[in-house]
Write a protein that binds this ligand. Structure first.
Ligand SMILES: Cc1ncc(COP(=O)(O)O)c(C=O)c1O
Length: 405
């Protein structure tokens, strides 16, 4: 049987995420490798003490208390999961009703199910350019007509967006990451948030606000309010515990209009049905003790801020001075975005960095929709590598970058 012929059209256009290919190539290298391509916190940020305490308490639990962990749960989330969402949302200035919440397996699944509920194949949708590569992959694989809106300084170019809205077919949604954006680290200003809301009401589209990094703030930044808290009528909020706790429990959620949330729940019923009760309790317990939460957050932020400062210092010391070469100085989040002179191909740097130095980076092109794709840029993650790896790896990467300038 020729299995290729059986594959669906969607399976044919699906492509693997870039970080997997980087990881695969690095794993084939002999000697020590350093990976700046991942998108998660480092091992120092994991609250091991809390994990031990949590599982110890389970070992003493009654059968009645353990039972829900063994059974299917409610799609919208159990009482602990919903309470956990309310606790996180409060930190973001949101006070949602349970009918407006749906739990998902990470923000990734929430985004995927939500976009399925909002747009059909061929519909026009907008996102930032650059934007988060895996959610972009989700839009591409669903065959939407994706229009990239350039990210400039304090958020997307609103004039550009307005022109798109006036000229083309109806836009179903605009996807934004307003706080410490992935990959640029930028913050959308309050003025732009309000402009976006005005446009959403005028042109009747949904704003998808993806906000995993709101609490990952290093320099006492006074972030503008969430777009959802300013305009719940036109916004769906995508949240997650991945960056302020850890990614393993895959605890994500959507907050938004009851009708949309109800449709997303119907999709979720075919996609695993519910989030494991064990994961909901893990996150709930983490958020329940304010003192413990503050303590862990302080540790995450201290460790990651130190790494951000270290990587910025090493970039300053070792990256060549050249016209057109610059990098972001993010006040939060987990990434630094490097811009190269026009015409430079980051794929060549990516390949050579792996092959010659055993170093992983993420080339820029995967962060841009096809209509505005460019590759004279790459992303560096500063939270997963150790301090020693940053100290060793950045000068080695600089040697490679230098050859392409
Ligand atoms: C902007 C953005 N959204 C969503 C996610 C994924 O979140 P989750 O782990 O909850 O699926 C990430 C992870 O890096 C991200 O950067």
């Amino acid at each position: 049987m020729n299995v290729d012929e059986i594959l669906s059209d969607q399976a044919r256009i699906a492509y693997p995420v870039g970080i997997e290919e980087t990881g695969r190539r690095l794993s084939q290298k002999k000697g020590k490798t350093i990976n700046f391509s991942l998108g998660q916190s480092g091992p120092e940020a994991i609250p091991y003490d809390y994990f031990r305490e949590f599982f110890l308490s389970l070992s003493r639990a009654s059968e009645e208390e353990l039972r829900p962990i063994a059974l299917y749960g409610a799609t919208r989330g159990g009482s602990t999961g919903l309470e956990a969402v309310k606790k996180i949302a409060k930190k973001d200035g949101i006070d949602p009703d349970e009918k407006n919440i749906c739990l998902s397996s990470g923000a990734l699944e929430g985004f995927y199910l939500l976009t399925r509920a909002l747009a059909n194949k061929g519909d026009t949708v907008c996102c930032e350019a650059p934007t988060y590569s895996i959610n972009l992959k989700s839009l591409i694989e669903q065959e939407f007509n994706i229009i990239g809106i350039p990210v400039r300084g304090a958020g997307i170019d609103m004039d550009y967006l307005e022109n798109v809205l006036k000229s083309g077919k109806r836009t179903k949604f605009v996807y934004v990451i307003p706080d410490f954006q992935n990959p640029t680290g930028l913050i959308m200003s309050l003025e732009k948030r309000k402009q976006l809301i005005r446009l959403a009401r005028e042109h009747e589209f949904i704003i998808i606000e993806d906000a995993p990094y709101r609490l990952i703030s290093y320099d006492n930044v006074d972030l503008p309010p969430t777009i959802y808290s300013l305009a719940p009528d036109v916004t769906i909020f995508v949240g997650t515990a991945s960056k302020m706790f850890c990614a393993g429990p895959r605890f994500g959620y959507l907050i938004g209009h009851e009708t949309v949330i109800e449709r997303v729940r119907r999709f979720k019923q075919c996609a695993g049905y519910n989030i494991p009760e064990l994961c909901q309790r893990l996150v709930h317990g983490y958020l329940s003790d304010d003192t413990a939460f503050e303590k862990y957050m302080k540790r995450i932020l201290t460790v990651q801020k130190e790494k951000r400062d270290l990587m910025l210092r090493k970039l300053e010391e070792s990256f060549p001075r050249s016209n057109g070469l610059s990098w972001s100085k993010p006040k939060g989040g987990i990434f630094i975005w490097v811009e190269l002179p026009e015409g430079t191909d980051a794929d060549l740097i990516w390949l050579e960095a792996i092959e010659k130095e055993g170093i992983g980076i993420t080339p820029g092109k995967g962060f841009f929709p096809y209509d505005c794709r460019r590759n004279n840029c790459f992303r560096l993650n500063f939270t997963f590598p150790t301090n020693a790896e940053i100290i060793e790896g950045i000068p080695r990467l600089a040697n490679i970058v230098n050859r392409y300038l």
